[in-house]
Design a protein around this ligand. Structure first.
Ligand SMILES: [Zn+2]
Length: 372
């Protein structure tokens, strides 16, 4: 815990250094841009300002999101980070679109920039500051393993290239009298819009709910399968309440000889192990009972498995149970999202299997392909 607090402190401190540098650069560039009438320098100032704003909102987001869970919000406040990120993205998009419009106006009604030596000097200093800042922020980000710091470090290097290109545009104008300023303004606007769109897309995806990472899903299943009593783990579902609060459920297959007490003990141990290893709260483990070690039953299961091979959208069959007394066979099939007529597929499966086993009733549960 002490370590993660320390980590948060380092991230916040580094972000504040970035914010102050960006505000400083933005301020001087804005003055230079206005005094020499350069739209590109003004847009560059705006670009630095949006960087500073987004870092500020990120810090506020982290602080709000870390608020303890309470009665009204029992899963904590982690999703606030998505809202702040969405706010940032809309702000950046607005800045980008506005600057795009301004740049286009400048192409239609060009203004002649009057570069001065001082303006070149300030842009040059800005380039150096951005490169040093970018390297520093990225190094700290790698040290404390923070994606957002690494991203903003890379972003700073990119900003240095933008400022550098403005410098070249000025030199080209002085020597050749060719004005590429406003076009550069358009290019910078597109960079800003692209950044805003990228954040918006990612945040919306987080809010809608994304498929969990294939590696993590497999690791969690492996962890549950590592218990000797567990014959298989299926239907893993994980929800997130912000980047740090993960809640989930799964289905496990166990022998039908286990007692309720034995299953209870097993479930508690699984829940504890999954939390310790992945920080995922397993809130429910549903049970499939299995009697597959019987030769006749396992033969029937293999046969049905073969029949299912003829259904290309069926990805998996699990939870197979044969009740010989009631003559009922139960199992689940995982059907791909590509299948637009899942219920018809299930009916067809039952028809097909019933040809081979006319004396049995088949109860098939349709599962969605939720995780790998
Ligand atoms: Zn299932």
């Amino acid at each position: 815990m002490g370590n993660s607090l320390n980590r948060e402190k380092i991230i916040v401190r580094t972000s504040i250094i970035g914010i102050l540098s960006n505000l400083f650069l933005s301020f001087f560039k804005a003055i230079v841009g206005l005094s020499v009438k350069s739209i590109a320098i003004l847009m560059d100032a705006l670009n630095n300002l949006t960087d500073a704003m987004s870092s500020i909102v990120t810090i506020i987001g982290i602080k709000l999101a870390n608020k303890e869970a309470n009665r009204e919000h029992p899963f904590g406040h982690g999703r606030i980070e998505y809202l702040t990120a969405m706010f940032i993205s809309l702000f950046i998009l607005y800045a980008g679109i506005t600057s795009l419009i301004e740049s286009i106006k400048k192409i239609l009604e060009p203004e002649i920039p009057s570069y001065t030596n001082i303006s070149f000097l300030i842009i040059s200093v800005a380039v150096i500051v951005k490169i040093v800042l970018g390297l520093y922020v990225k190094k700290v980000g790698e040290k404390v393993n923070s994606d957002s710091l690494i991203a903003s470090g890379n972003d700073a290097k990119f900003d240095a290239i933008i400022s550098l290109s403005i410098l070249f545009a000025g030199i080209i104008y002085i020597f050749f009298k060719i004005k590429i300023e406003a076009y550069l303004g358009i290019a910078i606007s597109i960079v800003i819009i692209k950044a805003g769109y990228g954040i918006l897309k990612e945040t919306v995806a987080d809010l809608i709910g994304e498929r969990i990472d294939s590696e993590i899903a497999k690791d969690i299943k492996d962890c549950i399968n590592s218990f000797d009593e567990v014959l298989g783990t299926y239907d893993l579902i994980i929800h997130n309440y912000g980047p740090n609060v993960l809640v989930g459920s799964a289905h496990i297959e166990v022998s039908d000889k286990m007692t309720a007490y034995e299953i209870d003990t097993l479930e508690r141990e699984i829940t504890k192990k999954v939390y310790n290893e992945f920080k995922v709260y397993i809130t429910g483990l549903s049970i499939y009972s299995s009697n597959n070690n019987d030769k006749k039953i396992s033969e029937m299961k293999d046969r049905i498995d073969k029949i299912l091979d003829n259904f290309p959208h069926v990805m998996q069959m699990h939870g197979f149970y044969l009740d010989e007394i009631k003559r009922i066979v139960k199992f689940d099939v995982v059907i791909s999202f590509d299948d637009k007529e899942k219920y018809t597929t299930v009916k067809n499966i039952i028809n097909e299997i019933s040809k081979f086993y006319p004396d049995y009733e088949f109860q098939i549960t349709l599962d969605n392909d939720i995780s790998d």
